[in-house]
Design a protein around this ligand. Structure first.
Ligand SMILES: Nc1ncnc2c1ncn2[C@@H]1O[C@H](COP(=O)(O)OP(=O)(O)O)[C@@H](O)[C@H]1O
Ligand SMILES: [Mg+2]
Length: 427
């Protein structure tokens, strides 16, 4: 068992490509930590630095209280499983799982016992004498996992181990990984771009974007109280509703969020009111998850939006409604890209925007994303927003109906125009 501490870790690949930017993160002894983020955000790079397969450019890695930047991979007592668990094709399943123990010259009887025990836990005990070529994808991944776990490493690193499997197998193996790793108490860092895997497996989730840590917390903390609009949108299986509102405090009576055709008010007694009122006269982004909205009768006099039902969508276990509400859609603000602001560390090809910023360096100081959001909202280039509303398993509306949408005020998330959370302190 082992703890992992990353302290201000940066990775710059040859060609001055900044892949991980001053990242600090800690995995506690025995913890199951999930690194979540879109493709290319630096997850594998981070994992490979922990394993010792990639140099750390700046910063410190501590394994079990020891500075490990320059410890050889084989001395880190770390096991790793990749997306496609590469197995030795000419060895049987038994031979594959036993391999790390045979290398370590373990007692043959002990090896037999361990392999048998582990293969039962992984439900591959029937396949022990077969070669990898005769196995299904799910079975091969189980063997790879068995081989990684067999010598009980201090640290278990998994890089999207389920992403090559079909949906049913993914769910099954997901549950088994969770049970197995927890029963062994091995500290695990698990990389995925799949939010369901992250939510279901993790003790804590760390969300990355463009090499920068965005948020870290338990699945419930990250889902219910995301630190930024990017995190809120990324951790949402349906579209996050994100609308722009101006903030007023009429006669200092209450805080008013003004969406144009719609308004929501927040009384001073609400603990969030003060933080939001600091933006009086300015714009904020209001985030609402589809399950924080619900159909209400015309007579309802609580907080609500109104509009017209554009489409209903059947998802099997639930219906979703898309309500035209006469407010422009706001794109999710992307967090700043450290690669574009860093002298000498531009990506090789950063597109026209990066080229312009390089030619006119004074522009680097401008908040690019904010500018973009402002434009989209101001000139109406983007189409009108639909509010996505979760209906449960019975649609109360039909396409074209006038619709009143009740708002669960406790589930609002208020952000600055560049996506930083206003109504909750940062973790
Ligand atoms: N060996 C390398 N040399 C240069 N750039 C790399 C190398 N490996 C990865 N990258 C780049 O670093 C970024 C992060 O990559 P990676 O860590 O593989 O992301 P993820 O695993 O989150 O998809 C990507 O833009 C990728 O193209
Ligand atoms: Mg990767």
């Amino acid at each position: 068992m082992s703890s992992v501490v990353l302290d201000n870790v940066t990775k710059v690949y040859p060609g001055d490509y900044l892949a991980v930017d001053k990242l600090s993160l800690r995995a506690e002894d025995g913890e199951f930590l999930v690194l979540l983020g879109p493709s290319g955000c630096g997850k594998s790079t981070l994992l490979r630095m922990i394993a010792g397969l990639e140099d750390i450019t700046e910063g410190e890695l501590w394994l079990d209280g020891q500075l490990a930047n320059h410890v050889a991979p084989r001395d880190r007592d770390v096991a790793m499983v990749f997306q496609s668990g590469a197995l030795y094709p000419h060895r049987t399943v038994r031979g594959n799982i036993a391999f790390p123990l045979e290398i370590a010259k373990a007692d043959p009887q002990m090896v037999r016992d361990r392999v048998t025990e582990l293969s039962k836990a992984l439900h591959i005990d029937e396949t022990l004498e077969r070669r990898p070529g005769t196995l299904s994808g799910g079975q091969r991944q189980r063997v790879a996992m068995g081989r990684a776990i067999v010598r009980q490493p201090k640290l278990f690193l998994m890089d999207e181990p389920l992403s090559n499997l079909d949906a049913g197998m993914r769910t099954e193996l997901r549950m088994e990984i969770s049970a197995l790793v927890r029963s062994l108490g091995i500290t695990t860092i698990y990389v995925t771009h799949d939010q369901v895997e992250a939510l279901t497996l993790a003790d804590r989730i760390a969300i990355l974007n463009r090499g920068v840590l965005q948020d870290v917390g338990t699945p419930a903390q990250i889902y219910n109280d995301p630190a930024t609009a990017f995190v809120a949108a990324f951790l949402n299986s349906q579209q996050l509703n994100l609308l722009s509102a101006s903030v007023h405090t009429p006669q200092n009576q209450f805080v008013l969020l003004d969406f144009g055709p719609h308004r929501l008010s927040i009384p001073w007694s609400d603990p969030r009111a003060y933080a939001i009122s600091q933006h009086t006269g300015g714009q904020v982004l209001v985030g609402m998850r589809p399950d924080g909205l619900a159909p209400v009768p015309e007579s309802y006099d609580g907080p609500a939006f109104y509009g017209r039902v554009r489409t209903l969508e059947y998802h099997g276990h639930e219906w979703m409604a898309y309500i035209e509400c006469g407010v422009p859609a706001v794109p999710v603000p992307e967090p700043p890209d450290p690669r574009e602001g860093r002298n000498g560390h531009h990506a090789a090809s950063g597109g026209i925007g990066a080229l312009m910023r390089r030619m006119f360096p004074q522009r680097e100081e401008e908040p690019q994303e904010q500018e973009q959001v402002g434009q989209n909202v101001g000139n109406g280039v983007h189409r009108r927003a639909d509010l996505t509303v979760r209906l449960g398993n019975r649609p109360v509306w039909r396409t074209g109906d006038a619709a009143k949408v009740g708002v669960d005020m406790s589930r609002l998330m208020i952000f600055t125009p560049d996506g930083a959370r206003i109504d909750k302190p940062r973790r």
